[in-house]
Design a protein around this ligand. Structure first.
Ligand code: NAD
Ligand code: ZN
Ligand code: ZN
Length: 352
C-alpha cells in the first residue's frame, strides 16, 4: 500500500453542491473528503450525467442525504484507506451508484448487492462524483485498466452496467427482438449496442427524426417515433411480426411503459428500468395471463455485471457516444435532459 502522492492532494476542491432537493446547484469550493479505512480517495477526472441525478435533485427519490450528486465517475486513486487490499495509488477507478453494501445480508450473499437494504449510494446517501475528489468503498469501486479514455468509459459505470444487466434480465436468445424504449438517451444509446453485440435484433422507440437517424447508426433495425406514430402498440407488433420478445423501458415515461405491456410478444419479458416519479404499470390481467408475459424490475448491476459490461467496452463492442461539458455546467445539462434534447450521454470534465 502506498500513500506517496497524498502530499499533492489539495485541501479544497471544486464541486457542484446542493443543500436540499431543488435548491440551487452551486459550483463552489468544498473540502476534499478523507477516505475511511475501507475507502479509496479518487481524483475524479470525468463524470457522466445520468437522469437519476436529475431525479435525486428534484426530490422524486425522497430524502437525500448527500449534497453532491453524480455516480458515473472515472479517475485515479490518490489515497488508499488503511484496511484496503488490492488497490494502489495511481490505479484507475470507477465510482458507481452502488458505493457500498453490507456484504452480510441475504441479498449481498447472493451477489444482489444493489438490493441490500443498507446500500450506500453515490450522489444520494454518499457524496458523489460531481466533485474533483470523491471517496468510494474499495470493494465496490470498479477496476478500470490503465490507458483507457476516462471520459469515454465514464457512462459505462451506470448507464452501461444498468442496460447490460437489464438485457440479462430480459433473458433473450440471439436472433430475438428486443425493444429499447427511450433508445436515444444515455441508457438507450448503450442498450442498442449491447443488444446488438449480444446478437439481438433491436427495435428502437424515441421522439424526432434526428433521434431516428441516430439510433439506426448505433445498430437499431427499426425506429418508431413516439411523437408522430399514432398507434405505437400496433406499429411495434407489426414491425416485429407479433411483438418483441423483450422490452427495456429506459424512458422516463409512464405512458411508454404501459404501452410496452401491450405490445410485448406472448411469453415475452417487460423489463422496467426508467424511474418516472410516482408511475404505475397498468397491465391488463386478461391478456397478461393469456400471453403469459413477465414484468421484471432491473436495478443497476453487481460487481460481476460491472466487469462484464466494461469488458464489452474494452473490446470495442460498445462505444460511449459522449459530449463533453464542464463540471460547472451541470445545471445546463440537467435543463437539456429535461427538454429531451440530449442524444447519448453528457460527460463533465471536472477541471472546468
Ligand atoms: P435520458 O434522458 O438520457 O434518456 C431518456 C430517453 O427517453 C430520451 O432520449 C427521451 O427522448 C426518451 N423518451 C421520452 N419519452 C419517451 C416515450 N414516451 N417513448 C420513448 N422514449 C421516450 O435518461 P437516462 O440517463 O438514459 O435515464 C433513463 C431512466 O433510467 C431515468 O429514469 C433514470 O433514473 C433511470 N435509471 C435507472 C437505473 C436502474 O438501475 N434501474 C439506472 C440508471 C438510470
Ligand atoms: Zn445512473
Ligand atoms: Zn447487504
Amino acid at each position: 500500500m502506498s500513500d506517496d502522492t497524498s502530499t499533492t492532494i489539495p485541501k479544497t476542491q471544486k464541486a457542484v453542491y446542493f443543500e436540499k432537493p431543488n435548491a440551487p446547484l452551486e459550483y463552489k469550493d468544498v473540502p476534499v473528503p478523507e477516505p475511511k479505512p475501507t475507502e479509496l480517495l479518487v481524483n475524479v477526472l470525468y463524470t457522466g450525467v445520468c437522469a437519476t441525478d436529475t431525479h435525486v435533485w428534484s426530490g422524486s427519490f425522497g430524502e437525500v442525504k448527500a449534497h453532491i450528486g453524480g455516480h458515473e465517475g472515472a479517475g485515479k486513486v490518490v489515497k488508499v484507506g488503511s484496511n484496503v487490499k488490492g488497490w494502489k495509488v495511481g490505479d484507475y477507478a470507477g465510482i458507481k451508484w452502488l458505493n457500498g453494501s453490507c456484504m452480510n445480508c441475504e441479498y449481498c450473499e447472493q451477489g444482489a448487492e444493489p438490493n441490500c437494504q443498507e446500500a450506500d449510494l453515490s450522489g444520494f446517501t454518499h457524496n458523489g462524483s460531481f466533485q474533483q475528489y470523491a471517496t468510494c468503498d474499495a470493494v465496490q469501486a470498479a477496476k478500470i485498466p490503465k490507458d483507457v479514455d476516462l471520459a469515454k468509459v465514464a457512462p459505462i459505470l451506470c448507464a452501461g452496467v444498468t442496460v447490460y444487466k437489464a438485457l440479462k434480465t430480459a433473458d433473450l436468445l440471439a436472433g430475438q427482438w428486443v425493444c429499447i424504449s427511450g433508445a436515444a438517451g444515455g441508457l438507450g444509446s448503450l442498450a442498442i449496442q449491447y443488444a446488438t453485440a449480444m446478437g439481438y435484433r433491436v427495435i428502437a422507440i424515441d421522439g424526432g427524426a434526428d433521434k431516428g437517424e441516430y439510433v439506426k447508426k448505433l445498430g437499431a433495425e427499426v425506429y418508431i417515433d413516439f411523437t408522430t406514430e399514432k398507434d405505437i402498440v400496433e406499429a411495434v407488433k407489426k414491425a416485429t411480426n407479433g411483438g418483441p420478445h423483450g422490452v427495456l423501458n429506459v424512458s422516463v415515461s409512464e405512458a411508454a411503459i404501459n404501452q410496452s405491456v401491450e405490445y410485448i410478444r406472448p411469453l415475452g419479458k417487460v423489463v422496467l428500468v426508467g424511474l418516472p416519479a410516482n408511475a404505475k404499470v397498468i397491465a391488463p390481467v386478461f391478456s397478461s395471463v393469456l400471453k403469459s408475459i413477465q414484468i421484471r424490475g432491473s436495478y443497476v448491476g453487481n460487481r460481476k455485471d460491472t466487469q462484464e459490461a466494461l469488458d464489452f467496452f474494452l473490446r470495442g463492442k460498445v462505444e460511449c457516444p459522449i459530449k463533453i461539458a464542464g463540471l460547472s455546467e451541470v445545471s445546463k445539462v440537467f435543463d437539456l435532459m429535461h427538454a429531451g434534447k440530449i442524444m447519448g450521454r453528457y460527460v463533465l470534465d471536472t477541471s472546468k
